[in-house]
Design a protein around this ligand. Structure first.
Ligand code: NDP
Ligand code: BG6
Length: 484
């Protein structure tokens, strides 16, 4: 059984920054794969827009090269590539000036969904939004897609929201967090809300603690200038990890509907307690394994920016009071591994004399790689010698369980762009969600800036700084191993 593909309506997608890195690596190869899957109608058009003086053919050559480089060999189909390239057009435009806008307007037509992807620096968003209106290019139903980072603090996120709101309704604004487009991240909602099994236990009465880990092996080489102004807190926690936390902790929405889901996520963010300085560990990777240190990669010898962060977080509501959430993410760690581990509490009373083999039940949801679930349960140790307990995993890899269906599962960008065309905002962040996430993040960052805290160095290929271990040890808990 292959995954089901429902074609979207005819659309015109304009990609501002259509010749940039994101377009080349993710957006355009992703669109090709949706074309190959039969999801994009033949009348659809994709219009690249940037300052470079290309014509349609020049842009087609650029896109052909990006497909060549970023699409897997077994997905490259000559006829499909040819057909896809015919859907492409290009307009040379300077979004901060007046050049090219009339050409873009001239491409307008009736009866196609209009989407505008702002794949340019956030400083240019306002200029694009304004001109899409002043040149009367964007119709009443047009959608705009904006990339991260959505601000770098509450004030800048508010300003950005206010700028976009001058020209577009909230229902037209699609703020991308690519983690929400990942198959397994969406699966969190299916696991929680399509099974009766977990939800009755999904509360502090039964859950001791939750660990969320997003570990990467890559460093910041090549992106040092951007990253050094951001750090792990802004780059990963405020958005991707926050979204994972919300999906794990939120109340069941009344319906799988954009605002119902986003209302519940917002309540979680608003219920987050401020984080105490002693509950935060920041790290910076050192040189090792033939690679330079963070300080070399960032080009800033005095940098105090963290490439690793671990935090203990509390959610002050009825469901979660008393259950800490431990979050960690970092670069140049031992393995690329993202998972959520839910550790349950001890049963209230043991009927067994020999309790020594007992371990907590743990539900691990692996997000990447090898997506799947693992539930650790207690059983009797086989053989004679009385009732001794031992723990075994109920382990499931989605790829094995769903063999043929997983083959052509769209990646995050493919899915999210198709959702824009469908007009489904469920997997996009609402303005108030982003602002609430910054409102929680800002005092944490301001705290370490005011104290002049320096991140602790850690060796590449490890689990991060030593102090992160202490964060859990002092609570009588342990991090799960990374890459083990
Ligand atoms: P690039 O610098 O690689 O590309 C920028 C693009 O914008 C180019 O096509 C450039 O073409 C165009 N551009 C720049 N200035 C103008 C202008 N005044 N008028 C019209 N076009 C202009 O950036 P990225 O592709 O890396 O990033 C784009 C956005 O995506 C940013 O907001 C970034 O934060 C975000 N993002 C990027 C990721 C990535 O992996 N690259 C990941 C997540 C988010 P030209 O110079 O010819 O005008
Ligand atoms: C991006 C961050 O948003 O997500 C990067 O800016 C990070 O620093 C990346 O490496 C991780 O995404 P993924 O899909 O590889 O887990």
């Amino acid at each position: 059984m292959a995954s089901r593909v429902i074609p979207v309506e005819v659309f015109d997608l304009v990609i501002f920054g259509g010749t940039g890195d994101l377009a080349r690596r993710k957006i355009l190869p992703g669109l090709y794969l949706r074309w190959l899957a039969g999801q994009i109608p033949a009348e659809a058009r994709i219009i690249g827009a940037a300052r470079g003086e290309l014509d349609d053919q020049g842009f087609r050559d650029f896109v052909a090269a990006s497909i060549e480089e970023f699409v897997a060999r077994d997905r490259k189909d000559k006829a499909a590539i040819k057909g896809f390239l015919e859907r492409l057009h290009y307009v040379a435009i300077d979004v901060t000036g007046e050049k090219g806008w009339k050409d873009l307007k001239a491409l307008g037509r009736e009866g196609a969904v209009q989407a505008f992807y702002f794949s340019v620096a956030p400083a240019l968003f306002g200029a694009i939004a304004e001109r899409l209106r002043s040149y009367e290019i964007a119709g009443a139903e047009a959608r705009i897609v904006v990339e991260k980072p959505f601000g770098r603090d509450l004030a800048s996120a508010r300003a950005l929201n206010a700028t976009l709101a001058q020209h577009f309704e909230e229902g037209q604004i699609y703020r991308i967090d690519h983690y929400l487009g990942k198959e397994t991240v969406q699966n969190l909602m299916a696991v929680r809300f399509a099974n009766i099994l977990f939800e009755p236990l999904w509360k502090s009465e039964y859950i001791d603690h939750v660990q969320i880990t997003v570990a990467e092996t890559v460093g910041v080489e090549g992106r040092g200038a951007y990253y050094d102004k951001s750090g792990a807190m802004r780059d990963m926690v405020q958005n991707h990890i926050m979204q994972l936390l919300c999906l794990i902790a939120m109340e069941p929405p009344y319906h799988f509907d954009p605002d119902a889901v986003r209302d519940e996520k917002l309540k979680v963010i608003r219920a987050l307690d401020p984080v105490k300085p002693e509950d935060i560990v920041r790290g910076q990777y050192l040189a090792g394994a033939g690679e330079g240190s963070y300080l070399e990669h960032s080009g800033n010898k005095d940098s105090r920016t963290e490439s690793y962060i671990a935090l203990k977080v509390h959610i002050s509501n009825w469901r979660w009071k008393g259950t800490p959430f431990y979050l960690r993410t970092g670069k140049r760690l031992r393995a690329r591994e993202s998972e959520i581990a839910i550790t349950f509490r001890e049963p209230p009373h043991s009927i067994f004399d020999d309790h020594s083999g007992w371990r907590e039940n743990v539900l691990v949801i692996r997000l990447q790689p090898d997506e799947g679930m693992n539930l650790k349960v207690m059983i009797k140790e086989p053989g004679p010698g009385g009732m001794r307990l031992t723990q075994v995993p109920l382990d499931m890899s989605f790829a094995e369980a769903l063999a043929n269906t997983m083959e052509d599962v769209p990646d995050a960008y493919e899915r999210l762009i198709m959702d824009v065309i469908r007009g489904n905002q469920t997997l996009f962040m609402r303005g108030d969600e982003v602002e609430a996430a910054w409102a929680w993040t800002d005092p944490i960052i301001q705290g370490w800036e005011a104290r002049g805290d320096r991140p602790q160095g850690y060796d590449p290929g490890t689990s991060g700084p030593e102090d992160a271990l202490m964060l859990m040890h002092r609570d009588g808990r342990r991090w799960r191993g990374i890459g083990q």
